[in-house]
Ligand binder design. Structure first.
Ligand SMILES: NC(=O)c1ccc[n+]([C@@H]2O[C@H](COP(=O)([O-])OP(=O)(O)OC[C@H]3O[C@@H](n4cnc5c(N)ncnc54)[C@H](OP(=O)(O)O)[C@@H]3O)[C@@H](O)[C@H]2O)c1
Length: 255
């Protein structure tokens, strides 16, 4: 990993959960890591636990200033791998949500992803090596009630990854969409009352994504999630798939 994607990796949304697991694994593999999220404290705590060099860049990636702050704060580093993992996933009825709140889903889950990719990919293409991991979700593989905007934003990430995978393949830069089902993260536990069957650990997500990077355009972590993904996409009629996922999400919601 270090030869192909080093010397520096940037993890967006590194303060907990899947992002922290990515940072830990990449550091264990010898990569230096830029840690980005809004909360500076957890980023510094994580940096102290990592054996390689780190740079903590606190930023709100849902704002253009936050993205610029990250790009400007790393322009002296050779970033060979970007993990676009930060996301906002408000749960509730679409018509009850503040329009500004829905904009925030797009700003973070789509616009920040685009801007980070556009900022870091050119140097990787020039070097002839590098990687981009885009965290997506099984909820984005069909519409999902009560998280409709989040699900649509995750479809954006997965499709963007596939297009970039095809476009950048000849340049030596690898792109993968990691399409996760339920993952046991603090964010997941805060939002939902109980864990869904087949819930995987953050480390399984990281391993699946890094295994697929350079081999396939898409990774689905966990055997049970791979079966449900295939079922949803290829076997069930579209409206049944939407109903199944929507009911599952509603059942898990905190009252
Ligand atoms: N957990 C699951 O079940 C699951 C399932 C499928 C896909 N995913 C995807 O996996 C990724 C990680 O999920 P997760 O559950 O580990 O974590 P999460 O609760 O979604 O938070 C992810 C990270 O993003 C950071 N973040 C949030 N808003 C930010 C902002 N405006 N600017 C900068 N950083 C921000 C958070 O740190 P701060 O609060 O410190 O900013 C945190 O470190 C997401 O893309 C999610 O869509 C998760």
């Amino acid at each position: 990993l270090k030869d192909r994607y080093g010397p520096w990796a940037l993890v967006a949304g590194a303060s907990e959960g899947i992002g922290a697991a990515f940072a830990t694994t990449l550091s264990r593999q010898g990569l230096n890591v830029v840690l980005v999220a809004r909360r500076e404290g957890p980023l510094h705590d994580l940096a102290e636990r990592l054996a390689t060099d780190t740079r903590v860049v606190p930023a709100d990636l849902a704002t253009p200033e936050g993205v610029s702050h990250v790009v400007d704060g790393t322009n002296d580093l050779d970033i060979g791998l970007v993990v676009s993992n930060a996301a906002y996933s408000p749960i509730g009825l679409f018509i009850d949500r503040d329009p500004a709140d829905l904009d925030r889903v797009l700003d973070l889950n789509c616009r920040a992803l685009l801007r980070l990719a556009r900022a870091y990919l050119p140097a990787m293409v020039e070097r002839g090596r590098g990687g981009l991991v885009i965290m997506s979700s099984l909820s984005g593989m069909q519409g999902t009630a009560t998280i409709a905007t989040y699900a649509a934003s995750k479809a954006f990430g997965a499709v963007l990854a596939e297009g970039l995978w095809a476009e950048l393949k000849p340049t030596g830069v690898d792109v993968v969409a990691c399409v996760a089902g339920a993952v046991a993260t603090p964010g997941y536990d805060r939002a939902l009352a109980k864990r869904a069957p087949g819930t995987v650990e953050p480390q399984q997500v990281v391993s699946a994504a890094l295994r697929a990077l350079g081999r396939r355009p898409r990774a689905v972590p966990g055997a049970m999630m791979r079966v449900s993904a295939a079922l949803m996409a290829r076997v069930l009629p579209r409206r049944t798939a939407i109903g199944v996922v929507s009911r599952a999400t509603a059942n898990l919601e905190k009252p």
